[in-house]
Design a protein around this ligand. Structure first.
Ligand SMILES: *[C@@H]1O[C@H](CO)[C@@H](O)[C@H](O)[C@H]1NC(C)=O
Ligand SMILES: *[C@@H]1O[C@H](CO)[C@@H](O)[C@H](O)[C@H]1NC(C)=O
Ligand SMILES: *[C@@H]1O[C@H](CO)[C@@H](O)[C@H](O)[C@H]1NC(C)=O
Ligand SMILES: *[C@@H]1O[C@H](CO)[C@@H](O)[C@H](O)[C@H]1NC(C)=O
Ligand SMILES: *[C@@H]1O[C@H](CO)[C@@H](O)[C@H](O)[C@H]1NC(C)=O
Ligand SMILES: *[C@@H]1O[C@H](CO)[C@@H](O)[C@H](O)[C@H]1NC(C)=O
Length: 763
């Protein structure tokens, strides 16, 4: 019985196991052979008879009335992010491709940040398998052959439009104006095309870096995670929006792009101008580093911040991800070519007098020869114990360890040479002449925190103190303003920049912030020519890695580059185009530095003195916003006239308008021009609030700045401590505006004199 019962149970177990197996097997068969069966009939996007790929899907044809910018969720989010109507009117055409094939709600309601990135770049691929950034592309809107074709293809349409535009006017008014009309129509069309192209380029570049270069940055990830979850909350709180969220499905074409959820590394297409080789880092000793030098180790300096990156990103295949993880330390970055070596030598000597302890990297592009290097290293390392007489006046104020205890002289400098030539693809070497070297220096120096300094800049405080400025500590940048000259630019520049800036959909999809008043309140967007003076620029690389990449990138886009004088405006512009407005400008515009004109030398016609003070000088300088007094640095070297060697003194000494305290002899001018600038005052002129000339009736200046073209090769500018005066003699109404007039103390002047003597090499 027992045995029988046992075997019955066994049979039972046997059958149930068998049936489980059968069910499994059928399921497995269906799963396996089912999919294999459908895979057995391969489909083709090129097969016009294949129902799997409707032609409309293959061609990405738009579905009428399905524009995502009219979608209720889009509009709701746009409102939530306070997107302004006037900025970012254009958006990348990739978004059109995406939302022609996906419900807007399915993308926003389902995908996280990484999935949105992959979706975007899949569609970049689909649009053009061979897409690659072309640094040589032309953004000119010319006429030529294309215009002829346009005219003949659109003859009837153009005629009709012209007739319509002139409806009700007499023939006399528009006779002979048709060709002008056609030209304008064509140029407007082309301009729109060109702008769309730039928008497309900017979007790809911006998103690639955010998606695949800094995607391991903890701060960025915290921000994007919070962004996505807040967006989800917003949608889930709205029943109507929530109800529209349908599952996300890849299109057939998207599925074809790559396997799984990974995309191939697009570095070579985004950065075709790179060779993907690091620059050569050469220490002053001649020692060569083929990898990024680790300053805390090499200098045995505990104050140098260590390498930041994890070993994982150090092995990344993405070039800049690897580079970012390796940068370390804090230092000074110079960039100059052979012809400016003597000026740079003076700066290095000045850095010694300022007791600089930060390492210095001189970044160049094959244009610095061994002779220049020898001069630099000599200036940085030779014993420097013969100090100018002016040292005696300040030595009482200096700390005991000012002079190096062993050499009894000024401290030696840790100089490095960084040759970027190997890092650039040979086909694009011509893109990096002149000021573009400075952009390469910004990118390829190996510091995490750095201060970019022009060779003809003269610092008046220790470099370290610049890193202590509040604005730098808060934002990880410090920029300086140029002279606030009211030189107007074409107002279409700023309008165009607004149109091509990032748009609401960039914000909704990728949390790219639009440009705001922080940028629009700057001089550039007030349609003035000059905003920034780039003789000193501070960066924290980790905080602004992608924005620095954007600074370099916009230099390839002539439509943007041409609106900047050299590299001057590209820094803040690159940041703004990257959706990064966390940059800081010193609040004061540049000052005129030197000595105010004796009031008796510029009396009013009636013999009275002016209310305003005048300071004419070839040197702009920069006053710290923290105390409205400290002179941080000046430009154009330390000689009174940086052009002193190429002046015609016979002519200049006879002009008689300025520098009246000098004998009007060539010899007197020559000596004065070659001497160090003597700094007693600084004047930051006021800038008319409404950018107006302050016309007045008592001979006061109406503008803050006036150029004196005939002095010092046009480098001399006069600044006025106040502008405006009486506007109505009867009522006494006035429009006076006060600027800043600073008088330096004897002690401060003594320091300036000492630094000037060091820079020039006065005994
Ligand atoms: C936007 O949507 C509204 C209502 O849904 C519709 O009336 C309008 O024609 C649409 N506009 C465009 C440009 O598609
Ligand atoms: C949008 O503006 C409102 C009102 O000015 C403000 O309360 C809100 O914080 C802003 N939202 C964002 C995302 O800036
Ligand atoms: C520099 O000064 C040090 C210390 O006084 C001395 O040993 C060395 O010889 C000097 N070098 C030169 C080139 O004069
Ligand atoms: C700005 O653009 C508009 C429209 O294209 C044009 O009519 C105008 O002349 C331009 N302004 C200047 C100053 O070039
Ligand atoms: C931006 O500035 C303009 C003009 O200065 C002003 O009209 C506007 O209200 C400002 N917008 C914001 C959001 O502050
Ligand atoms: C500096 O001047 C500005 C006005 O230009 C003023 O708002 C600020 O309080 C001043 N700062 C100091 C420290 O005096």
């Amino acid at each position: 019985m027992v045995a029988r019962g046992k075997s019955k149970a066994r049979v039972c177990t046997y059958y149930s196991l068998l049936s489980v197996w059968v069910v499994c097997a059928i399921g497995w068969y269906r799963y396996y052979y089912g999919s294999a069966a459908s895979a057995k009939i391969p489909h083709s996007i090129y097969d016009t008879n294949d129902p799997e790929f409707e032609l409309s899907k293959v061609l990405n044809l738009a579905v009428d009335g399905n524009e995502f910018t009219n979608n209720s969720m889009y509009l709701r989010l746009k409102e939530a992010y306070n997107s302004s109507e006037e900025v970012g009117l254009r958006y990348s055409s990739i978004y059109d491709d995406i939302f022609q094939n996906h419900e807007f709600e399915s993308v926003i309601g389902n995908l996280d940040f990484r999935q949105r990135c992959n979706l975007f770049f899949r569609n970049v691929f689909i649009k053009n398998h061979n897409w690659v950034f072309n640094p040589n592309q032309n953004f000119e809107v010319g006429l030529g052959k294309e215009f002829e074709r346009y005219q003949s293809n659109n003859a009837a349409k153009l005629q009709a439009a012209f007739d319509k535009a002139n409806e009700g006017r007499s023939v006399e008014d528009y006779k002979g104006k048709f060709s002008e009309f056609k030209k304008q129509a064509f140029q407007e069309l082309k301009q729109a095309e060109v702008e769309q192209r730039v928008v497309n380029e900017l979007a790809v570049f911006r998103l690639y870096n955010k998606c695949y270069v800094t995607d391991n940055d903890p701060l960025q990830n915290r921000k994007t995670d919070a962004f996505i979850s807040e967006q989800k909350l917003l949608i889930n709180d709205d029943a109507e929006l929530k109800s529209k969220v349908v599952p996300f499905e890849q299109t057939k074409k998207e599925q074809l792009v790559t396997n799984g959820n990974t995309l191939p590394n697009l570095d070579h297409r985004i950065y075709p101008w790179l060779s993907f080789d690091l620059p050569v880092y050469e220490r002053w000793t001649g020692q060569i580093y083929r990898d990024i030098p680790d300053f805390s180790q090499i200098l045995k300096d505990k104050s140098q911040p260590p390498k930041s990156g994890s070993s994982k990103s150090a092995q990344s295949t993405a070039f800049f991800k690897r580079f970012k993880s390796q940068c370390n330390g804090k230092g000074i970055v110079l960039s100059f070519a052979n012809q400016h070596t003597d000026t740079a030598v003076n700066l290095i000597r000045l850095l010694r007098a300022l007791k600089n302890t930060l390492p210095i990297q001189i970044v160049y592009f094959d244009n610095l020869n061994d002779d220049s290097k020898r001069k630099i290293v000599t200036a940085a390392r030779e014993n420097f114990s013969y100090l100018p007489q002016s040292f005696d006046k300040i030595s009482q104020y200096l700390p005991k360890d000012y002079l190096d205890p062993t050499s009894k002289g000024l401290p030696k400098q840790e100089v490095w040479f960084v040759n970027t030539a190997t890092s650039i693809n040979p086909n694009f070497k011509d893109k990096f002449g002149g000021y573009a070297n400075k952009l390469l220096a910004t990118l390829f120096n190996s510091f995490n925190e750095f201060m970019l300094v022009d060779a003809d800049t003269a610092l008046l405080h220790s470099p370290e103190s610049f890193f202590q400025l509040q604005g730098y500590k808060e934002t990880g940048t410090f920029f300086f303003k140029d002279r606030s000259i009211l030189q107007r630019r074409n107002e279409n520049d700023s309008r165009m920049f607004k149109r091509i800036s990032q748009s609401a959909v960039d914000k909704i999809m990728f949390d790219i912030d639009p440009m705001t008043n922080r940028t629009f309140n700057g001089n550039f967007f007030q349609d003035l020519y000059h905003q920034m003076e780039s003789g000193v620029v501070l960066f924290n690389r980790q905080q602004h890695f992608n924005s620095i990449l954007m600074v370099v990138h916009i230099n390839f886009l002539s439509i943007i580059r041409k609106k900047s004088w050299g590299d001057k405006e590209l820094y803040w512009l690159g940041f703004a185009f990257n959706g990064d407005e966390n940059y800081h400008f010193n609040s004061h515009g540049a000052a005129a530095i030197g000595e105010v004109t004796n009031p008796s030398d510029r009396k009013r016609p009636d013999g009275t003195h002016h209310r305003s003070q005048e300071l004419c000088s070839p040197h702009p300088g920069h006053i710290s916003e923290e105390d409205n007094h400290t002179l941080l640095w000046i430009n154009s070297g330390f000689r009174y006239c940086h052009q002193a060697d190429i002046i015609n003194y016979d002519v200049e000494s006879k002009l008689g308008r300025k520098l009246k305290f000098l004998d009007s002899t060539a010899a007197a001018f020559k000596e004065y021009y070659h001497s160090p600038l003597r700094i007693k005052h600084a004047v930051v002129p006021p800038r008319g609030e409404r950018l107006q000339n302050m016309e007045n009736k008592n001979d006061e200046p109406s503008l803050g700045w006036a150029v004196e073209r005939e002095y010092c090769k046009e480098y001399m500018w006069c600044a006025y401590s106040s502008i405006g005066g009486i506007t109505d003699i009867d009522t006494g109404a006035e429009n006076t505006m006060e600027g800043l007039l600073i008088t330096y103390t004897e002690k401060e002047q003594a320091f300036f004199d000492y630094y000037g003597d060091i820079w020039i090499g006065v005994e």
